[in-house]
Ligand binder design. Structure first.
Ligand code: HEM
Length: 165
C-alpha cells in the first residue's frame, strides 16, 4: 500500500527554491487580502506635493492592484513564477524594506507579524500537495485565473453541509 510521507522539515524546504517562487507568484497574483487593514494619519500630510491627506483621514492600499501593475510587472495577469528567479540572486524582499513591488502582508510598522509563519505554512502545504498527489492537466480545460469573492462561515450548519462533515 502507498505510504504517505510528509515534508515537515524546513531544511527540506530550503532545497526547493522553485517552491518559494511559486508561493510568491501566488501571493502576487492572488493576494488573500486585496487591501490591508485601514490606517489613519495622525497629522495633515501632503503626498507627492499633490494630494492632501487630512489628519484622521483613513488610508488603505490596493494590494491586489499593486501586484497587477503593468508598469512594474511584465504580463502581470499571467502566472509566471520564474519572474522571481531573476531577482539578482537575492531572495525577494516580501517585507518591502528595499522596494515595494507588491505587499500581500502589508509593509512598514504594521506589516503582518505572522508573515514568516504564513510563508512557511504555505510552502509546507503546497510541497505536500505536490508530493502526495499526482497532478494532471485535463485535456481541453484551460486554467482559469479569475477570482471569486467568497465569505466562509465556520458555524456548525455550514460545516455540516460541507464535504468535511
Ligand atoms: C497568507 C497568510 C497571511 C496574509 C496574506 C496576511 C496578510 C495580512 C495583512 C495584509 C495585514 C494588514 C497589514 C497592514 O495593515 O498594513 C495583516 C495583519 C495582521 N496579521 Fe496577517 N496575514 C497572513 C497570515 C497571518 C498569520 C499566520 C498570523 C498570525 C499567526 C497573522 C497575524 C496578523 C496580525 C496580528 C495582524 C495585525 C497587525 C497590526 O495591525 O499591527 N497573519 N496580515
Amino acid at each position: 500500500m502507498f505510504k504517505r510521507r510528509f515534508i515537515r522539515k524546513s531544511e527540506e524546504l530550503q532545497k526547493m527554491p522553485y517552491l518559494k517562487v511559486v508561493i510568491l507568484e501566488g501571493l502576487r497574483r492572488h493576494p488573500p487580502w486585496h487591501f490591508v487593514l485601514p490606517h489613519v494619519v495622525t497629522e495633515d500630510f501632503v503626498l507627492d506635493d499633490k494630494y492632501v491627506i487630512p489628519k484622521d483621514g483613513s488610508v488603505n492600499f490596493m494590494v491586489a492592484d499593486m501586484g497587477w501593475d503593468p508598469k512594474v510587472w511584465e504580463d502581470p495577469m499571467g502566472f509566471k513564477p520564474d519572474r522571481f528567479l531573476n531577482d539578482h540572486d537575492q531572495d525577494f524582499d516580501i517585507t518591502g524594506s528595499r522596494e515595494i513591488k507588491m505587499m500581500p502582508f502589508g509593509a512598514g510598522r504594521r506589516i503582518c507579524p505572522g508573515f514568516g509563519l504564513a510563508m512557511l505554512h504555505l510552502e509546507y502545504f503546497v510541497a505536500n500537495l505536490v508530493w502526495n498527489f499526482k497532478w494532471k492537466a485535463v485535456d481541453g480545460d484551460e486554467v482559469d485565473l479569475t477570482e471569486k469573492a467568497r465569505v466562509y462561515r465556520c458555524d456548525e450548519e455550514s460545516i455540516a453541509g460541507s464535504s468535511f462533515s
